[in-house]
Design a protein around this ligand. Structure first.
Ligand SMILES: [Mn+2]
Length: 356
């Protein structure tokens, strides 16, 4: 945690601010280790404060050992002003502060220059340390186990929501705080919806079912997608599945540190396009993953982000055909010094599930 704060101070200097006010819940947890639902971080040149309220005055000092924990006034900026003293250039996270909140900061902080900044803590979070990677390996393994579990529950007559609920139960029973986002269970024609959150649709048969889900474990997310067929697979099912799998495996085979997001995106997109399905792959190849399910870097047609060791990203090409169905295959990977480590390991050969 101390290393995170000293890196943040370097970023503050680079942005020309003498103090930094962190309002984002996730950034607060990342910097301090404090898991409570309310609080702020104030970093000055010499001090690190965690500001929270009466409810957390026992928990916060236990978790945020490197921070001075301060119970803040009903208006947090009154406490910030006291701690800052007379003059300061105070950075604040412009993506996490509403206009109304900003107005209240300005009123309370006369004499303090407020400087909007972007992505200071997020820029640190892109690179996962060994402790974070250990948790992410566990979160990925739990997603794999959840997928194996749900395969045994899929049969005609079951609804998508029933499967969603059983996945949620399984993940929580095995240590997850929750799922890391609303679980996608998209069957039949609904599998053509890239974000088809589980519905009341009843599974029928001879159709794709796409599961896209993850576990939130000790503050970190996994994100796994697999598509299976319940019953008989048609030639069209096999064709579409095979193309997506070829694209996904090609990317996993070739991703290296130093590549840009757009170069990685091309590793999947060029294959899908070569089979004539380019216009049926309307999202990006992947995204950064960590305390949030969508982080930097981005693996898209437009991304200049450069992959570096310690980054965790998803690789998730798909093809979506309205009225027929769709396929997506997604793994989580870590960029290493020489290539990648794949965190998720669920089977990727087309899985045909029995109807009874
Ligand atoms: Mn994803």
């Amino acid at each position: 945690m101390q290393q995170r704060v000293s890196k943040l101070r370097e970023a503050m200097t680079a942005h020309g601010v003498s103090a930094m006010f962190v309002a984002s819940d996730i950034n607060r947890r990342y910097l301090t280790g404090f898991t409570g639902s309310a609080g702020y971080v104030l970093i000055t040149e010499n001090e690190s404060y965690l500001l929270t309220d009466f409810r957390y005055m026992t928990q916060a000092p236990e978790q945020a050992k490197d921070f001075k924990v301060v119970e803040h006034a009903p208006k947090v900026m009154e406490t910030v002003k006291e701690l800052l003293g007379s003059s300061a250039k105070l950075g604040f996270e412009q993506e996490h502060v509403t206009f109304a909140t900003y107005q209240s900061y300005r009123e309370a902080l006369e004499g303090v220059e407020l400087v909007p900044v972007s992505g200071l803590v997020e820029g640190l979070r892109i690179f996962k340390d060994e402790g974070e990677l250990a948790i992410m390996r566990e979160a990925a393994a739990l997603a794999d186990r959840t997928f194996s579990h749900i395969l045994t529950k899929i049969r005609p007559g079951v609804t998508e929501r029933e499967l969603d609920l059983q996945m949620e139960m399984f993940m929580r029973e095995n240590g997850a705080t929750s799922s890391s986002f609303d679980t996608i269970v998209a069957s039949g024609e609904r599998s053509a919806l890239p974000h088809g959150v589980a519905s009341s649709r009843v599974l029928q048969g001879s159709e794709f079912i796409t599961f896209d889900f993850g576990a939130l474990l000790n503050g970190y997310c996994s994100d796994l997608t697999r598509t299976v067929v319940l019953g008989e697979a048609s030639d069209k099912h096999r064709e579409v599945y095979g193309i997506v799998l070829e694209a996904q495996l090609n990317a996993l085979d070739k991703i290296r540190p130093g590549m840009t997001g757009r170069e990685v995106d091309a590793l999947t997109r060029d294959i899908i396009s070569s089979y004539g399905y380019g216009d049926k792959f309307g999202h990006s190849t992947g995204h950064g993953l960590g305390m949030e399910v969508h982080e930097n870097p981005r693996l898209s047609k437009l991304s200049d982000d450069i992959l570096k060791p310690g980054m965790v990203v998803t690789v998730e090409p798909g093809i979506y055909i309205p009225g027929f169905g769709g396929v997506r295959i997604e793994d989580d990977i870590v960029i290493t010094d020489s290539g990648i480590e794949i965190l998720t390991s669920s089977v990727k050969e087309l899985t045909l599930l029995p109807m009874a």
